[in-house]
Design a protein around this ligand. Structure first.
Ligand SMILES: [Zn+2]
Length: 274
């Protein structure tokens, strides 16, 4: 059989790409001392979005057929409030707010896309605050606003909520008022059992984030809901987008050790709502 030059190049590329994506599961398991006979259940969750880069995550999840949960910050899709704030900051420059307004609309569309593609959407508050440390009135107002602004996107009953920093959850014995306020607003709290520690700059290199997850799963011999980030909540955390650009590379090694499961595998007490 004869091949044209284009076919030869294309065949070569496919072989090369296949090789690049191949992963030696035996060495992955050896490195993290994982049990060879077990696949642990894992659910991916992403906090601090939506960001424009969330589309990269959605692309990977669709391609790999992995269900995920996104806990989103409501003020990122509160476009009227953002427009008002922008106009206050740029009173004499109408053009300055055109691009921010467009990006806000894009973020809204990204949430619609995530919902359409079958992922669970929950709230990560209105702003990204430590709610056990703010005035009770502000806390209640932010939970109410989160519920109101995210209403078109939240797709479970009751709607789900993950507290920023886990503050109010991990210290619930000392600060019961936070969970109480969430309950009054109608939210159900969802925590995480494993963390990718992708918020920490020192992990944003090589495969450290992947290694963090595999190490926890294999050491504990247990899966769970794992915390990643697909967005930033302030200007000092741009490096968090390391996850959105590298997620695809980590999936084959994860599959050596875990089975991806929906949130409902781990968390009960809510029902999906379209
Ligand atoms: Zn967060």
């Amino acid at each position: 059989m004869k091949f044209t030059l284009a076919q030869v190049i294309s065949l070569g590329l496919c072989t090369w790409m296949g090789a690049a994506q191949a992963v030696d599961c035996e060495s992955v398991r050896a490195r993290f001392q994982c049990d060879a006979s077990t696949k642990y259940p894992l659910h991916l969750s992403f906090d601090d979005g939506p960001a424009l880069q969330t589309t990269d995550v959605l692309k990977v999840l669709k391609q790999e057929k992995i269900p995920a949960t996104f806990f989103v910050i409501a003020n990122k899709v509160d476009c009227p409030a953002l427009a008002k704030q922008c106009q206050t900051e740029h009173p004499n420059d109408a053009k300055a707010c055109v691009q921010p307004a467009r990006e806000c609309e894009q973020r809204q569309q990204i949430l619609q896309q995530a919902k359409r593609e079958g992922h669970v959407l929950g709230s990560h508050s209105y702003e990204h605050l430590r709610y056990s440390e703010v005035e009770p009135a502000l806390m209640h107002e932010h939970f109410r606003l989160a519920r109101q602004v995210l209403d078109p996107y939240l797709n479970t009953s009751p709607p789900l909520f993950r507290l920023p920093y886990g503050d109010g959850w991990f210290n619930r014995a000392q600060k019961p008022q936070v969970l109480q306020a969430l309950k009054e607003t109608g939210f159900q709290h969802i925590a995480w059992q494993l963390s990718a520690f992708d918020w920490d700059e020192k992990n944003q290199q090589g495969d450290k984030i992947l290694a963090n997850v595999l190490e926890q799963v294999c050491t504990r011999k247990q899966g769970g809901v794992v915390l990643f980030h697909d967005g930033v909540h302030d200007q000092w955390h741009e490096g968090r987008l390391f996850t959105t650009t590298h997620l695809q590379e980590w999936i084959p090694a994860l599959r050596c050790v875990v089975d991806f499961k929906p949130l409902s595998f781990f968390e009960k007490g809510y029902t999906p709502r379209r």
